[in-house]
Design a protein around this ligand. Structure first.
Ligand code: FCB
Length: 474
């Protein structure tokens, strides 16, 4: 469907977009319709109740690191608005909520003494969700490594993987009787490459060799934590990991472009998938990156490939690539032998500059099912930033987000029709929040946040999602 006008509110949207929707019936009963957030992006309260700094608290104060020098010190102040936010989730008819636990709230030094007040916050959150019939999905790591661990080498040292498993056990012992869904790591590609090669995320380093070492230790942390969680959690607990995926498309049919597709796919999708599901790194990964392999010890890959209950899929867009001529400087070792096409004539983009490409979600889900056979799949993030405007009333008209969500949900139903064992869908994000290097300039929420008053206003997309969920069978 092409959208040409700009309706004033969702009552004037085409019937198929205006709520309810004709998608009902395609989704299995018990499908987890939800929304996602992460600790540093929404909580604020960074110096309260015994929380110690994370690598993000340090990174945000670096000059030039974040849009307008913004920080997560206050964010959406969810730490103090937790009850109100869970009530909002109930208004949105959410059946599930994915959130992350801040490691430095629970173990301020990364290891050692447990901070009771930190754990108590998450226990209250879980109990409040359950009281409203909302299924909690816990992410153990969404990028906020305790700064104390960074001082001991952070993800560059193996000990941090062990520390993560111990932290996972602390949380599981406390919440495991109430939380069924566990996600170890969120987007290790971003933690590794954006943090250690491109320097645009904490801790802000610029060395690809370090990025592959970090990637390996994060994978190891996932494997060790999965084993630890399994030994502590009751039977029936669902343990997985959330990876970010970009299906790669060829801009033309030249042989160098087809090779470019392979390279980009290895780098962007298979780097973490293959060790997790095949106990090996893709053979060309390190030559594509122009680095030496990371320090892999004897049993590491077996630990990393510990069987999972589900794979979490974070999907935002695709990659369109074109091969570059082999002799050009851009294809020297360590530089990708391809060019990513950022602007495609006729394509629509979000406020992040990401192409809106719903078909890619169907493509990645069916491919993962076909090639990697995870026991189950869960869309752990999907959503869009648009320039939302609030004029002081009780609505925000974001028809583009409704369109984005609806077309992506249609892609889910096509994947389900192809037997993909899909269990749920989490919109990124429940609330507008701190979008990392972009600060508060990008709004992804179903709910608008007026940061000067911390007032929450449900956007039209939130209302649309609520009525869509209500129209589904339980
Ligand atoms: C993902 C992150 C999430 C958010 C979205 C837009 O890569 O997991 O925290 O920033 O992108």
């Amino acid at each position: 469907m092409s959208i040409t006008g700009r309706p004033q509110d969702h009552r004037s949207l085409p019937a198929s977009l205006a709520g309810g929707s004709d998608l009902a019936g395609g989704f299995p009963p018990g499908f987890l319709w939800g929304a996602a957030t992460s600790a540093y992006q929404i909580e604020g309260a960074v110096r309260e109740d015994g929380r110690a700094p994370s690598i993000w608290d340090r990174f945000v104060i670096r000059p030039g690191a974040i849009f307008q020098g913004q920080t997560g010190d206050v964010a959406a102040d969810h730490y103090h608005h937790m009850e109100e936010d869970v009530a909002l989730m109930a208004r949105l008819n959410l059946r599930a909520y994915r959130f992350s636990i801040a490691w430095p709230r629970v173990l301020p030094q990364g290891t050692g003494p447990v901070n009771e007040r930190g754990l108590a916050f998450y226990e209250r959150l879980v109990d409040t969700l359950l009281a409203r019939g909302i299924e909690p999905l816990v992410t153990l790591y969404h990028w906020d490594l305790p700064a104390a661990l960074e001082d001991r080498g952070g993800w560059l040292v193996r000990d941090t993987a062990q520390a993560f498993a111990e932290y996972a056990e602390v949380v599981a012992r406390r919440l495991g009787d109430r939380v069924r869904w566990w996600i170890t790591q969120n987007e290790p590609w971003c933690s590794s490459y954006l943090g250690y090669a491109l320097g645009i995320h904490a801790p802000g380093m610029h060395d690809k060799q370090l990025a592959v070492t970090v990637g390996h230790h994060i994978l190891l942390s996932h494997g060790l934590a999965t084993q630890r969680l399994r030994s502590v959690l009751p039977h029936g607990a669902q343990i997985g990991i959330a990876l970010d995926f970009y299906p790669v498309y060829a801009a033309d049919e030249r042989p160098e472009t087809l090779q470019a597709v392979e390279q980009a796919d290895t780098f962007r999708n298979r780097w973490f998938l293959d060790p997790l599901f095949r106990a090996e790194y893709p053979t060309s990964l390190f030559s594509v990156l122009g680095v030496a392999p990371p320090p892999v010890h004897a049993d590491d890959l077996a630990v990393i490939a510990t069987p999972l209950d589900f794979l979490g899929v974070n999907y935002y867009s695709r990659m369109l690539v074109r091969g570059v001529i082999a002799s050009s400087a851009a294809s020297s070792p360590g530089s990708p032998g391809y060019e990513v096409i950022e602007r495609i004539p006729g394509a629509a983009y979000t406020d992040m500059g990401w192409e809106i490409f719903p078909e890619g979600l169907e493509v990645i889900l069916t491919r993962l099912h076909r090639e990697y056979r995870p026991k189950a799949l869960l869309v752990t993030e999907n959503g869009a930033a648009f320039e939302d405007h609030w004029h002081g009333g009780d609505s925000v008209h974001d028809w583009q987000r409704i369109h984005y969500l609806q077309t992506h949900i249609e892609a889910l139903s096509r994947a389900l029709a192809q037997q993909v064992p899909l269990k749920g869908y989490m919109v990124w994000s429940l609330l507008d929040n701190f979008e990392w290097a972009f600060g508060y300039s990008k709004r992804f929420g179903l709910v608008y946040v007026d940061y000067s008053t911390q007032r929450r206003i449900v956007k039209d997309s939130g209302r649309w999602y609520a009525s869509f969920i209500a129209a589904q069978r339980r």
